[in-house]
Structure formats: structure tokens, C-alpha cells
Design a protein around this ligand. Structure first.
Ligand code: ARG
Length: 486
């Protein structure tokens, strides 16, 4: 049995269908992007900014993600022979760069699961206060049980049937729409405009200049868009290739609309201060304030189902990524070895062990959710940057073709956006990621040996490898010295 990626699992089996239609493609974008982030968005953003700067940030991030989506569409159409997001980096800049991209994607995929687990346990706390208490042991134990149950299921080659996905999508959208409609009805213009640009006179950590507020919004907004690459990766299975492009754009605008409404409307009901200090995940408790306790239950229920669905899909994904990388000899063959259900067990179990390790962080910090999603976002940005870079390279190489000037501009804008986003999000997360490249690089070298390649790295590869390893080692030293605090 074949494992499906987060994106693929949302869609019908291509063998029994004549390719994916527009509806299936759009729902793929929504399924792979909308996980747990939206439920915490309002309160997370309120900590970072007032409504004015938040709106500007949505405009900027929306535009940047659009550029990225356009790059992916273009590459999928121009290079249908390449599969897996890391293959663009490999094709454009050599094997080690391909590895850098794939490894980033892999780290991001399982780090995202740590974020899912934390936000899901917060929502469980709504029903079972034991998960909300100061003692985090019950939370860690329950999250670990879910983790290993999901691992076991995926390891047995479950495929999320499309009807299950449809139910999950409905369960996540109904509470979200209900929230938005009620928030619209209760919207008070004077509350919304009271502190439109600044929140003067309170002691929010998020006070500050407009630009500082916009910067803080970036990582929160980027996180909710992780997964946008999902549908474009399906282009080769679309009924019409051009549909995939359209679907990504339509999906992107739908999601952007959903996110903007869910995060901006609450500013018209509660003050920024109140939103920022509300219990997490914000939407649950904002809705409870609005309509009473059934509201909190509705949103918590939606959140639990939504994150569980995403959790399963994103458990299949890292194993699938490393399997493809092993196929291309970027990782040792064991990463690609399928068990009798056709699942690459080693990768799967390795990701789960790492997730388990990071779940323990819940015991020592109450910022586990923020840390996990920041790491997830920055790690995936590494591959996005390389996608944009390949888009630029490809457009220059084929400059005579029609539309290349446009594609080049899109690539340049996407690259600028992604780099700025990493910078705004905090270089420290990027530096921390390099630690994971130390064992990764060893595995990469082993993979090269395996195929009899006497590791004859090019000069460029040596340079990038040494730079990354040095950063990784320095990061370890800084962490040990307590200089790198997240
Ligand atoms: N690598 C991952 N697990 N990504 C999950 C994507 C999360 C999604 N964007 C959300 O808002 O919840």
C-alpha cells in the first residue's frame, strides 16, 4: 500500500479517477494548510500587533506567499519530471543543496507535529482541566500516547480515505465559519478603531513602532501558510495542468480571507490587551466570551479534529520525503526501505522519536507551541528559498521563452520575501536548525558512500558544508553557554 503525503491524502485515488478536478485541488490546498494555527491566530497576533499593523502584515505576507505559489506552479509545469520539493534545489544547485532542502522540509514536517500536539492539548484542557494545570505530566503522557498511536496507524499503511478527509474538513470549517459569522455580528467599530495603530498606555510586550509590530506578525502568519506547497505538488495529477495553478491561487485567496477574518474581527470585540492575555488557544476562549460555554466547546472540538487530521497527514509526509531522498541517494538506503505495508518505517519511527523528545519540552516551557511553530516555519523557509532560487535560475537559463521576464520577477520577489521573513522571524531559529544539519550531513555522506561515490564533493559543496557545520557547532556552543535563548 502506498503512503500519501498531506496534500495527496486529501484527494481521491488517481487510479480510479480521471485526474483531479478543480474542487479536489482547492480542498487540497485548504487541508494541507489549515491545521491548528488558525485557532490560535487571534491571540498570537494580538500579542504581536494592533489591528492596523496586522492588516499591513497580512497584505505583505499574502503577497509574498502568492509569489512563492506562482514559483511552484511555474516549476511544476516546466519541470514535470522533478518530484518532491527538494528536487528543484538538487537540479539547480547540486546534490548537497538538494539534501539541504529536503532535510529542512523533513525537520519542518515533524516540528509542525510538535506544534499540533501542544495546541491540541490546550484544546483538550477545555474539556479536561487536568491538561491545563501547572503539572504538565498528564499532558505529555497523553500527547505521547496519541503520537505513538498515530505512528502505529501510519506504519500499517493506512490511507486516509477521501471521505474521512471530507468529514475532517467539514468539522474544521463549520466551527470556523460559525466563529466568523458571530464575530461579524458582534463587531463594534469603536472597539476596533480605539487602538488601531498602537496600544498606548498598556504594558504589552507587543507595544512599539508600527514596523516593529509588523515584523512580529511575520512568523505567526508564515506558520499558518506552511503547507501551501501541497496542491502545487499535485499538478501532475490534475485533470488539466492549468487547473493546478488556478486552484492554488483560488485556495490561497480563500485561506487568506479566512485567516484575515478570524484574526482581525476579534479586535472589534475585545481590546488588544484582552485578546493578548486570553487563555490559549485564543479562538476557543474568545468564542466562549461571545456566546457562552457551548462556543468554547464547539471550537475546541473543531480544533481537536482538525489537528488530529493534519497530524496524521503530516506524519505520512516526513517519511515520504525521506523515502524520496533515499531514492535519490541523498540519504542512506535505510530511509527508503519499505516495510510490508509499503511504509518507510525507519524514517517514520525516527521522526516520532524526535517528536517525542521535543514533547518533553512541554515540561520546561510554556512557550512550546511558539517555539515549535517557529522552528517548523523557519525550517521550511529554507526549501522555499531554494525553490525561488531555482525559479530565478531557470528563468535566466530560458530567458528567450515567452513569459520568462515575468517568472524571473516573481522568483526575485519570492526570494526577497522569504529571506526577509527569516530575518524578521529571528535568525536564531535558523541557527538552531543548523544543529540538525550536523547529523544530517553525516547521513548524507554515508548515502554518497553507499553508491560508491567516493565523496568527491565539489569545491562549492565543501564550502557550503563547512559553513553549515561551523554554524551548527557554534549554535551548540551558544546553547550550552546559555547565549541562545528562544
Ligand atoms: N510541517 C507541518 N507539520 N506543517 C503543518 C502546517 C500547519 C498549518 N499551516 C497550521 O496552520 O496549522
Amino acid at each position: 500500500m502506498k503512503t500519501l503525503s498531506a496534500a495527496e491524502s486529501a484527494t481521491p485515488d488517481p487510479a480510479t479517477h480521471q485526474g483531479l478536478g478543480m474542487g479536489a485541488l482547492i480542498s487540497t490546498v485548504v487541508t494541507s494548510c489549515v491545521g491548528g494555527g488558525i485557532f490560535a491566530l487571534a491571540s498570537d497576533l494580538a500579542i504581536a500587533a494592533s489591528p492596523g499593523p496586522a492588516l499591513i502584515a497580512w497584505g505583505l505576507v499574502g503577497f509574498g506567499i502568492l509569489m512563492l505559489a506562482l514559483c511552484l506552479n511555474n516549476l511544476v509545469l516546466k519541470r514535470p519530471d522533478l518530484d518532491g520539493i527538494f528536487s528543484y534545489a538538487e537540479e539547480g544547485f547540486g546534490k548537497y543543496t538538494g539534501f539541504i532542502s529536503g532535510w529542512g522540509y523533513w525537520i519542518s514536517a515533524w516540528m509542525g507535529t510538535v506544534a499540533f500536539a501542544t495546541v491540541m492539548m490546550n484544546a483538550m484542557g477545555y474539556f479536561f482541566p487536568i491538561f491545563n494545570g501547572a503539572n504538565k505530566f498528564p499532558t505529555v503522557i497523553f500527547a505521547s500516547i496519541v503520537l505513538w498511536l498515530v505512528t502505529l496507524l501510519v506504519n500499517r499503511g493506512i490511507e486516509s480515505a477521501s471521505f474521512v478527509n471530507a468529514i475532517i474538513t467539514i468539522c474544521k470549517l463549520i466551527p470556523l465559519f460559525t466563529f466568523i459569522v458571530v464575530a461579524l455580528l458582534l463587531f463594534k467599530v469603536n472597539v476596533f478603531t480605539a487602538h488601531f495603530w498602537y496600544n498606548v498606555g498598556d504594558n504589552l510586550s507587543g507595544a512599539g513602532s508600527i514596523s516593529a509590530q509588523i515584523k512580529r506578525c511575520f512568523i505567526i502568519m508564515m506558520w499558518v501558510f506552511v503547507g501551501i506547497e501541497g496542491a502545487t505538488m499535485l499538478a501532475s495529477r490534475a485533470k488539466k495542468k492549468s487547473d493546478a495553478g488556478k486552484a492554488t491561487l483560488i485556495g490561497l485567496f480563500c485561506i487568506l480571507g479566512l485567516y484575515m477574518l478570524a484574526s482581525i474581527l476579534p479586535y472589534g470585540y475585545l481590546s488588544r490587551n484582552a485578546l493578548a492575555t486570553i487563555h490559549q488557544p485564543g479562538m476557543v476562549y474568545i468564542f466562549r466570551e461571545m456566546v457562552g460555554s457551548w462556543g468554547g466547546a464547539l471550537i475546541s472540538g473543531g480544533l481537536i479534529i482538525s489537528t488530529l487530521g493534519s497530524w496524521i497527514s503530516w506524519t505520512m509526509l516526513p517519511a515520504e520525503t525521506t523515502r524520496l531522498m533515499a531514492k535519490r541517494h541523498l540519504l542512506p538506503a535505510i530511509f527508503g526501505k519499505a516495510n510490508r505495508y509499503g511504509v518507510a518505517s525507519f524514517s517514520l519511527v525516527l521522526s516520532s522519536v524526535l517528536i517525542q523528545f521535543f514533547l518533553l519540552s512541554l515540561l520546561i516551557t510554556d512557550r512550546a507551541y511558539q517555539i515549535a511553530y517557529s522552528m517548523c516555519t523557519v525550517a521550511v523557509t529554507i526549501c522555499y528559498i531554494l525553490v525561488a532560487a531555482y525559479q530565478i535560475k531557470y528563468s535566466i537559463q530560458h530567458f528567450r521563452e515567452k513569459g520568462s521576464g515575468f517568472q524571473l520577477t516573481v522568483g526575485l520577489l519570492a526570494l526577497t520575501f522569504e529571506c526577509t521573513a527569516v530575518y524578521f522571524s529571528g535568525i536564531k531559529y535558523l541557527i538552531l536548525c543548523t544543529i540538525a544539519y550536523i547529523p544530517g550531513t553525516i547521513l548524507y555522506l554515508m548515502a554518497r558512500r553507499e553508491v560508491g561515490d567516493q565523496v568527491d564533493l565539489s569545491r562549492k559543496e565543501w564550502v557550503s558544508m563547512s559553513a553549515i557545520l561551523t554554524c551548527g557547532l557554534l549554535a551548540i556552543v551558544f546553547v550550552l553557554m546559555g547565549r541562545l535563548v528562544i
